[in-house]
Design a protein around this ligand. Structure first.
Ligand SMILES: Nc1nc2c(ncn2[C@@H]2O[C@H](COP(=O)(O)OP(=O)(O)OP(=O)(O)O)[C@@H](O)[C@H]2O)c(=O)[nH]1
Length: 338
């Protein structure tokens, strides 16, 4: 079936599907320079490899959750980098892991779906850890994709190790080409924390995007709705300093978000009502804390970030709900947007 909005765009069906899903406007009307490139990229790597931090360093705004605990990146979050010559749309995927719940299975499907529709995959291999079976598993999965994107190897967290160690790591990465039958377009050492080589990563990825017009209007940093980002601020604040088994059990839903009525036009205020969803009563107790102190702290942190994002004062009301087994129940997963 033809879609007149997207005719003449030169994009293939998978790219168009991703664009539609992202709610992008028709690519045609945006003016662009001859030789302009555009497309999608994502970062993959073992848990804690530094994917979210690199995404943030590139996009320059806090859009993905970063945390010292593995596997907190669950949603696909996009950041957009536009220059005169190219537009890069970054898609953030959750980590690939052995599925133990329905949520795990859906996330893995999502990962494969995303990998198959991007133009470039940045494979994050932290210098501070040896390349192991987990990394090789991931690369074999990529190598087996029917439509294989271009691959750029990123030796992340260079600030943590010596130059000598970086050298060894780069040699090992290069040797994976032959070992696994893959091809690197480039191998780049980078530190998202200090910003060292981040621009090189952007330039290199952009160089491998296909020719095409900008996919999003200029100046747009992320198309993630404010509600989703605020839910992520809350989730991140709630995850601060909690025990290791909790991250997978927390989800955040924005129940209501409305500008407060009766405020003067020059002094707006946003009322936000949100639920933090956990699986067990015991987890609810941990989150709320002694006399509600912990939840209050979570609320304060998230409120400040929401205020900065929205540019107006925010009243944030948080509730903790217990939904047993929400990760296994399709009804809950649908409600939570997975
Ligand atoms: N020193 C240093 N630490 C980094 C760097 N990049 C990321 N980190 C830290 O490594 C940890 C994991 O980073 P994330 O960006 O959350 O990693 P991720 O790959 O997105 O992790 P998952 O969501 O678990 O898949 C965090 O504590 C970061 O602060 C870096 O360049 N240098």
């Amino acid at each position: 079936m033809s879609d007149p909005d997207y005719d003449a765009s030169g994009l293939d069906a998978a790219e168009l599907a991703l664009l539609r899903q992202a709610g992008a406007p028709a690519p045609g009307p945006i003016p662009f320079k001859e030789g302009h490139r555009s497309g999608f990229a994502c970062f993959v790597g073992r848990p804690n490899a530094g994917k979210s931090t690199l995404t943030n360093a590139i996009v320059g705004e806090k859009i993905a959750i970063t945390s010292s605990k593995p596997q907190t990146t669950r949603r696909i979050i996009r950041g957009i980098v536009s220059t005169e010559d190219a537009q890069l749309v970054l898609v953030d995927t959750p980590g690939l892991h052995r599925p133990r719940t329905l949520l795990g299975e859906r996330l893995n499907d999502l990962v494969h779906e995303t990998w198959g529709t991007v133009d470039v995959i940045g494979v994050c291999l932290p210098c501070s850890q040896r390349i192991g079976p987990g990394d090789e598993y991931l690369l074999k999965e990529i190598a087996s994709l029917p439509r294989r994107p271009k691959l750029v190897a990123l030796a992340t967290k260079t600030d943590l190790v010596s130059r000598e160690r970086i050298g060894q790591h780069l040699m090992k990465i290069a040797s994976l080409e032959e070992e696994l039958g893959i091809r690197w377009e480039a191998v780049i050492p980078v530190s998202a924390l200090t910003g060292d080589q981040v621009q090189i990563v952007v330039d290199e990825i952009m160089a491998h995007l296909p020719p095409g017009p900008p996919l999003f209007p200029d100046g747009e940093v992320t198309d993630e709705p404010d509600e989703t980002r605020i839910a992520e601020f809350i989730r991140e604040a709630a995850l601060e300093g909690v025990s290791d088994e909790l991250p997978h059990s927390i989800a955040v839903v924005i129940d209501e978000m409305n500008p407060r009525a009766d405020r003067p036009a020059d002094k707006p205020m946003m009322d936000i009502f949100a639920s933090i969803v956990v699986e067990r009563e015991s987890q609810k107790g941990i989150l709320i804390g002694h006399r509600g102190e912990r939840l209050k702290q979570v609320g304060q942190e998230a409120r400040l970030q929401a205020k900065e994002l929205l540019g107006m004062p925010v009243h944030l009301s948080l509730h903790v709900k217990v939904m047993p087994d929400w990760q296994r129940d399709p009804k809950y997963l649908n409600r939570l947007g997975f």
